[in-house]
Design a protein around this ligand. Sequence first.
Ligand code: DSN
Length: 425
Amino acid sequence: MTIKIDFKSHLENLKNQDQEVYNAVMGEIQRQENTLELIPSENVVTSAVMETQGSVLTNKYSEGYPGKRYYGGNQFIDKTETLAIDRAKKLFRAEHANVQPLSGAVMNIATYFGVLETGDTILGMDLGHGGHLTHGHPITHMAKVFNFVGYKTETDKDGIIDYDKLRAQAIECKPKLLLAGFSAYTKTLDWKKFKEIADEVGAMTMADVSHIGGLIAANVLENPLDHGFDFMTTTTHKTLRGPRGGLILCKEKYAKAIDKSVFPGLQGGPLEHVIAAKAVAFKEADSEEFVTYQKQVLKNAQGLAKGLMENGVTLVTNGTENHMCLLDLRPQDLKGKIVEEVLDEVGICTNKNAIPDDTASPLNPNGLRIGVPVITTRGLNETDCEVIGKLIADVINNIEDETTHKNVSEVVSEICKKYPLYTNE
Ligand code: DSN
């Protein structure tokens, strides 16, 4: 997919009014065009999503929900928000959807506060094993309010979750909420097992599928709601390829509590231009083209993993079952920061990341997280991704060799030219 932009007229008003911001935006267009973007939580939206987000809907206050607003003049906003709700419910086979969360953090916090009491226990994946800050890291405010307990992955068994151990942990800590989901984990989760364990200990179930929301929407990965999960949250801008924001899906019996928790519990005026853009993205996701895209995402991740592993790079979990790879840089005696920096210099944008039980600082961890949603949107196939895996391996294996960097940089430029992202209309 290429995004059509008329570069002659693009941002003309901004250009005339504010040269500094204009230059930065144009610089970012060039950076995205000339870089292989491998941050697994990013994607590139369609022109329709971008247009909607840049529309006059940004001017409207609409606290409340469709039909129940605290401001007048919401007849069109009610239409777009209702479309977003209905499309999200259809796409994910959900009983209820709240499309207002401004971000991933807000959607998770709103879910906790909607159905839990202070001090309740949440059993979620340890951040150091692929979980997320909002799943209970001690540094967050939520950790002062709820009792988070973390489960870990089995590092000596390809990073699987030992569901017997998880069950034992659940029996011991008696969570009110069992939370499945991750931001740096490359195995599929067994939703059925999570639900069985939760039922046994009387816990509610929540899946944070932010990273794999698009794969689930396209039914190329299983949907936790089909296994009876109570809540599913997802950001809308990762594999789901919509505008930046969050989405909460839940059973009807929790609908009121969730809506109240989002507004007025946590947020004020919703970003209706973003919500309308979510509606557009949900319609796009409900298409054959999107299914084909997500199938290609899985193939491309396999290609990337192959190119890396065949050239001496170690992957946590020994491969991948989703859209991303987590590289363990210890065999090369390297750290994530330097690898991220050198790859950036050759035009490959990546994300340093902790590996399980990492002893290094989060600012300079032992791993690197990469993924394929953006380059798949751009049209690259699994063979291209294998080549990119090899290029990354070349850099890792020759981190100080400038000739290698130059060669890799040239190939990256060729690939970017072959698959233009933004084209003149
Ligand atoms: N920042 C997101 C990610 O990169 O996975 C999660 O919050």
